[in-house]
Design a binder for this molecule. Structure first.
Ligand code: ADP
Ligand code: SF4
Length: 687
């Protein structure tokens, strides 16, 4: 198919100093939990994006010197020439597909504690380090430190060029980079020519950009990444006049500006708390002050929104981290007029968690993410079927849908049977909770793809039991029948049912999904710690009920810190009047009250409770599976060769785990069983 001429503008080449990007799709730097620890994994992930049509593919933040050691974070590292081969490998793959390779050079100053290098962190002034509340202080840089920093940055730029990069970034982000902190009135209290008035505070940034340009600017485009609302005034509010003045002062110095907004939780805005393109109001001034191209992000997945941003003069490049993770082939799909094939990011930030968990990134929408090298998984290509066996999939949640889609793509004959009258399983239910509508894309993308596959038959209102499955006699049966929330309080904290539950009015998340009307006051006991407790509290409170959320964790929805949602959740629940009781477990229940207990001190209190909503853990819906596999003779007689269970039916987990399980099951269909480690590993070479 040809591309829609409306989108032609997205495919115009744009110059960045001495290099030219072939189109306007720009994969901005993003962390991935691969970096220096899993270099082949990282290189293959970036290569696939270049193959998918991104004109520029960048690294994550890359530390340039042991005094800016970001450990334990797993990021890029370019301390000396021995680090060059890692990036050379990435760049080879990126160049293979005609994309430009960019590196984000970064000295994070006092953000990180130099835990691996044990160097003393450097800063604009004496300060405790920012990340992780480590009991470590950074020291104030003197003039010789500043000279040394400039030398290191320049050397790193030269190394970057030798590694084959076409674009070199200067990372300026207050709280995450030395130069960013020098800009800041709040943090920079220096009395020398690097402190005081704005011209002085900008000096080090100006010098860094100029040094980099002088070192590699003949061959590489120099991009300045700048946070537009980070200059905080005396009132604690962003001083946009100063932010603007800085852009004016440096307007033509870099070859391009990559602009974004302060606080990672706002920059990588979860869809639950902000829409596509939510940075526009903040960044739109930049293009008016420079003739250099401007790169901006906003979880862009709609080509119409992208075109609108360009036509209205907001940005020149469609910057993307998450949209390029969910669909590395997004540009190619637009170019080839395959808009319906775009696997749109849902804004869940499961990818972001890799930065905190320090393992290769995963994506809810794209199960191949992070597996490009270690499993040879390609996001668009999958081997043809290995047998003519028909496959029955029971259950059309994210696991069953992805399994059906990928098996269908492999040209297996697939029958997908779903008990309900709707597809999507938990995604159907959860995407109707406050703020989670974008999560429905997990279902929509797959239903749309399956709908075009003549070899995949979908049956709704088809609750299958053992007899039906035996009668149909498909050679392969896959159970993706999901899980059910427990109603006895057992979970992380409690290993016995809560005493008195029989007298209490106990409900589960499924009751809320089905619209059952609850009596208030409601107590939600959240021993799950991810989004479910918080989002149900929001829903019930908005329906007018008194809601108290009790959790043994020290924060409400505490695991969602890793998805950058936690503080948003807490803010919202306080705003709408949900009472939050942290560090308490459930001790007992009775008609009309619950007793809760402090997790450390054993102090107890009683709360009024007409409905007790338990969000602790789920159990697999595996009865039919268990009965079926308990009788191998009947299976054999029915012609059934294998029975598998995947996703929540095996072990309830995240939606990302379910799509991964579905995809994996499809990839492994007909593969011989093996005790080998199921992926390639990157092993440390002994010195
Ligand atoms: P997962 O996250 O593992 O995909 P879900 O709970 O989202 O799991 O989806 C499971 C789906 O399986 C639900 O839509 C449910 O209605 C369906 N299901 C459960 N048991 C059966 C069954 N016996 N026959 C057909 N469908 C079933
Ligand atoms: Fe988007 Fe979620 Fe995938 Fe991240 S994990 S790219 S937010 S769908």
């Amino acid at each position: 198919m040809a591309r829609d001429p409306r989108y032609d503008v997205l495919f115009e080449p744009v110059r960045i100093g001495p290099v030219t990007a072939k189109n306007r799709f720009f994969q901005v730097p993003h962390c991935n939990g691969m970096g220096m620890s899993f270099p082949s994994t990282m290189a293959a992930m970036r290569r696939v994006k270049a193959e998918g049509g991104w004109a520029v593919v960048c690294t994550e933040e890359t530390d340039i010197h042991p005094t800016g050691d970001m450990s334990p974070l797993v990021e890029g590292r370019l301390w000396d020439d021995r680090d060059i081969p890692v990036f050379a490998r990435m760049n080879e793959g990126v160049h293979l597909h005609g994309a430009l390779a960019g590196i984000e050079l970064s000295h994070t100053g006092p953000r990180d504690a130099c835990l691996y290098s044990r160097e003393v962190p450097l800063a604009v002034g004496h300060t405790p380090v920012y990340a992780g509340n480590y009991p470590v202080q950074a020291r104030a840089m003197d003039q010789s430190d500043i000279r040394a920093y400039r030398r290191w940055h320049r050397d790193a730029a030269l190394r970057a060029r030798r590694a084959g990069f076409d674009i070199v970034y200067i990372y300026c982000h207050g709280g995450s980079s030395l130069v960013g902190d020098f800009l800041s009135r709040k943090r920079n209290r220096r009395g020398d020519e690097y402190g005081g008035n704005l011209e002085n505070r900008v000096r080090l940034l100006r010098e860094t950009v100029a040094d980099t340009k002088e070192a590699v600017g003949d061959a590489c485009g120099i991009v300045l990444r700048y946070v537009v609302d980070e200059q905080i005034g005396p009132d604690g509010e962003p001083d946009m006049a100063e932010s603007r003045a800085i852009v004016e002062m440096l307007a033509e110095l870099p070859d391009a500006w990559d602009v974004n907004i302060r606080e990672w939780r706002r920059d990588s805005m979860p869809s639950r708390f902000g829409p596509e393109g939510s940075q526009e109001d903040y960044i739109s001034f930049v293009k008016k002050l420079t003739t250099r191209p401007v790169i901006g992000v906003g979880r862009f997945t709609s080509p119409d929104t992208m075109v609108s941003q360009i036509r209205r003069g907001i940005i020149d490049f469609i910057g993307a981290a998450r949209p390029s993770i969910a669909d590395p082939f997004l540009p190619r799909k637009i170019e080839e007029g395959r808009i319906d094939d775009i696997r749109e990011c849902i804004g869940c930030n499961m990818c972001v968690t890799a930065d905190f968990t320090m393992v290769p990134m995963r994506c809810t929408q794209n199960p191949t993410m992070g597996e490009e090298w270690r499993k040879d998984w390609h996001p668009e290509i999958i081997p043809e079927r290995a047998s003519n066996d028909g496959v029955l999939i029971v259950g059309a949640g994210p696991a069953g849908l992805e399994c059906a889609r990928a098996l269908g793509q492999r040209s297996y004959d697939v029958t997908l049977a779903e008990a309900r009258s709707v597809l999507g399983g938990r995604v159907h239910d959860e995407s109707r909770l406050p703020g989670l509508s974008a999560w429905g894309r997990v279902r929509d993308y797959r239903v749309q793809q399956i709908g075009r596959m003549p070899n995949v038959q979908v049956y709704l209102d088809s609750k299958l039991g053992v007899d039906e499955i035996l009668e149909y006699g498909f050679p392969k049966v896959v159970f993706a029948t999901g899980g059910t929330w427990r109603r006895d309080g057992i979970g992380r904290w409690l290993s016995e049912p809560v005493p008195g539950l029989a007298e209490a009015n106990v409900v589960g998340p499924e009751d809320v999904f089905s619209g059952k009307s609850l009596e208030g006051p409601v107590v939600i006991y959240d021993d799950d710690y991810y989004y479910m407790g918080g989002v149900l509290a929001e829903k019930l409170r908005r329906s007018g009920l008194d809601v108290t959320l009790v959790t043994p964790a020290s924060d409400v929805s505490s695991w969602s810190q890793a998805t950058l949602e936690q503080s948003w959740v807490e803010e919202r629940l306080y705003e709408i009047g949900v009472s939050i009781v942290e560090k308490h477990s459930l001790a007992a229940a009775s008609k009309g009250t619950v007793e809760i207990r402090h997790t450390v001190s054993d102090r107890r209190r009683t709360l009024p409770c007409a409905s007790l909503l338990l969000v602790t853990m789920r159990l697999p819906n595996d009865d039919v599976y268990q009965t079926l596999v308990s009788d191998p003779d009947r299976l054999q007689a029915a012609g059934i060769k294998s029975v598998l269970r995947i996703g929540d039916c095996l072990a309830p987990s995240t939606i990302a785990a379910a799509t991964y399980a579905g995809h994996r099951c499809a990839r492994d269909m007909d593969a011989p069983p093996s005790d080998e480690v199921p992926f390639k590993r990157e092993l440390i070479a002994l010195a």
